[in-house]
Ligand binder design. Sequence first.
Ligand code: GAR
Length: 193
Amino acid sequence: MPDKIKSAIFISGRGSNMMALVDAARAADFPLEYVVVVANDPEAGGLEWARQQGIEAIAISHRDFNKDREAHEKAIDSELRKRGVEFICLAGYMRILTPWLVGQWSGKMINIHPSLLPKYKGLHTHERAIEAGDTEHGASIHWVNAGVDDGEVILQARVPILDGDTPDALAARVLAQEHQLYPAAVRKIFSAL
Ligand code: GAR
């Protein structure tokens, strides 16, 4: 079995997709080893969970960088380099990245987005899909490029929209699929190499 690729997960909140990735990475044949979890918010709930699993979890608050997004990213990037990170999974990381960070990690950074991209880039995806009268919705794992939620799609999960669905109910059903989808997409990327 080849060595696992040292990887980071970026979160901003509860981190349920991070948990799914960390759990999947316990399998001997999972291609990634998560060596650090990074949050832009020190209050992100997922940080404590990661620490309990024995994974280093660090908060680098964007508020400490006086709106200089690139300086914030440079601080994060330097922590990743120190740890030999080679791959990044964004998992509910709610900051828009600058072209600088995207350029540093081109072909080595993926994201999860709660819609069937290219539909509903940005926020409030569940509400928008219901309001549009769509019959299905879902989630996508995609490569990160300089556009927001714009890179090539790797894998998607589809979820039917039910009569009387609310954004919260739909979001919960999509989230359950996300937890399967993200590890499957990681496996797909590395099995194709
Ligand atoms: C997930 O639904 C993820 O798809 C979404 O945020 C949620 C994070 O939940 N990501 C985005 O909206 C990115 N634009 P989690 O913290 O429990 O993984």
